[in-house]
Design a protein around this ligand. Structure first.
Ligand SMILES: [Zn+2]
Length: 152
């Protein structure tokens, strides 16, 4: 009976794989110092914190959306109310959308760390750079490719 129940996100965090991450295997750019165990731990911590934050944001926004849905079927509602309700719903929906996207990026970054593919640009294969990843651990593109993508 005890092993049958495993709710979403309720499973205890298994971080034993952290030990197996080899900091020396992570790419860095010319002029940067090599990754250390502490650097890697920091990035992992940040990604876990991001995931928690994004999951919370999604849960909150979805709750708001449910509330809005429940509140919109009332007859005799002021049209201005309905309008602001729709506006709010759009806001919440785009919030959920971007939080989901970030969540996915964070999870895929963690997966990359686990599998030893972290730090290489998904487009050109060059090192994304330690400095960039420390500021933006979810990054999967180097600055050059990112800028090129944004210009498209
Ligand atoms: Zn690149």
């Amino acid at each position: 009976m005890s092993s049958a129940k495993q709710g979403a996100g309720a499973a205890p965090e298994d971080t034993s794989w952290r030990e197996t991450v080899d900091p020396d295997a992570l790419p860095f750019r010319e002029g940067e110092e090599a990754w250390t165990r502490a650097d890697v731990d920091e990035v992992i911590d940040e990604l876990f914190a991001d995931i928690t934050k994004q999951q919370t944001a999604i849960a909150v926004a979805e709750h708001e959306l449910a509330d809005l849905r429940d509140g919109t079927d009332g007859a005799g509602r002021d049209p201005a109310d309905v309008g602001s309700n729709n506006f709010e719903r759009d806001q919440e929906m785009s919030l959920v959308h971007s939080a989901r996207e970030m969540l996915e990026q964070s999870q895929s970054a963690l997966r990359a760390i686990r599998t030893g593919h972290y730090g290489a640009c998904e487009n050109c294969g060059q090192a994304i750079g330690k400095g960039r990843l420390q500021v933006f651990p979810r990054a999967n593109l180097c600055v050059t490719c990112k800028q090129r993508e944004e210009r498209r």
